[in-house]
Design a protein around this ligand. Structure first.
Ligand SMILES: Cc1ncc(COP(=O)(O)O)c(C=O)c1O
Length: 292
């Protein structure tokens, strides 16, 4: 395991597994991997998702070319909250094995699963030799400001990750590492309490959003995001900016997560329930005003 800030771990994994011009397969929509891939000089290749936001291993395989080196996905996902199941994960590992690729499995939200079970890709057959597991202390232990995460990688990738750390950040501060150890040893009950609170927020938020005219969303089964589509004639950047100005509600434009995210907004439910209820009513007011 290499301890490093989790976003840095994403970037370092791309640096460690690709050369400039190599291709990296990323789901569309997904977390901000595209930007890190470009920064590292590699080329992102978007892979469309199923309607329920699942990654289809057959579609993934069709996108593999001789330049492909790496596949990155997040489970549970951001912005979709989708949790990949065992069958799809195993089939994805098979694709990686067949084409000699590395998988980066971002499991930042592993502790925030409400339906089903989180499955660690590295624990599946051939996972240990193909999968880099990326994780963060930010979500599980509400330690966002501590900038602490990790990568667990097969030995050849691990050796390169250590080099990237050695010649950049050196290490994360030892007192932060101590805090992480303390969290792992003592804060598990808190993490469980968070999960139950987030579940209650999701259960209240999703039906309320679905009742807004023109909104459609799949029920997220993990993480703390809802990702509704809407039918107003506004881009997701326009929608988000106007909503902020007119109703003082902050959401993220879906386009930030890939082209398929357009005409969606990402709503975080990492706020108290009463605030979320108020936010939904303001979004409803905004939508009704713009539809009129
Ligand atoms: C999927 C995913 N990976 C990694 C991160 C980075 O987490 P942090 O930098 O807070 O550790 C986030 C943050 O939102 C995320 O959603």
């Amino acid at each position: 395991m290499v301890i490093m800030p989790s976003k840095f771990a994403i970037y370092a994994t791309i640096l460690a597994t690709t050369s400039p011009g190599d291709e990296v397969l990323i789901p569309n929509p997904t977390y901000l991997f595209e930007q890190a891939v470009r920064l590292a000089g590699a080329t992102p290749v978007f892979v469309p998702l199923r309607e329920n936001y699942g990654l289809d291993p057959a579609i993934l395989e069709a996108a593999v070319t001789p330049r492909t080196q790496l596949i990155i996905y997040a489970t549970p996902g951001n912005p979709t909250g989708h949790l990949m199941d065992r069958r799809d994960l195993q089939a994805t590992i098979e694709v990686a094995r067949k084409h000699q690729l590395i998988l980066a499995s971002d499991e930042t939200y592993e502790s925030l699963v409400y339906d089903g079970t989180h499955i660690a890709s590295a624990a599946l057959a051939y996972g240990a030799e193909r999968v880099v597991t990326l994780g963060s202390f930010s979500k599980t232990f509400a330690m966002t400001g501590w900038r602490a995460g990790y990568a667990i990688a097969p030995p050849p990738v691990r050796a390169r990750l250590v080099k990237v750390m050695e010649h950049t950040l050196t290490c994360i501060p030892p007192f932060v590492q101590e805090a992480c150890r303390w969290a792992l040893e003592h804060a598990e009950p808190e993490a469980e309490r968070f999960r139950e609170e987030f579940r209650a927020r999701r259960d209240a938020l999703v039906p309320a959003l679905a009742s807004i005219p023109g909104f459609h969303l799949a029920r997220p089964n993990g993480a703390f995001y809802a990702f509704p589509s809407y039918d107003l004639p506004l881009s997701s950047a326009q929608f988000s900016e106007r909503l902020l100005i007119e109703e003082h509600v902050a959401v993220v434009p879906g386009i930030s997560f890939g082209p398929a995210g357009e005409r969606h907004i990402r709503i975080s439910y990492a706020r108290p329930r009463a605030e979320l209820a108020e936010g939904v009513e303001r979004i409803r007011r905004f939508v009704e005003r713009h539809r009129a």
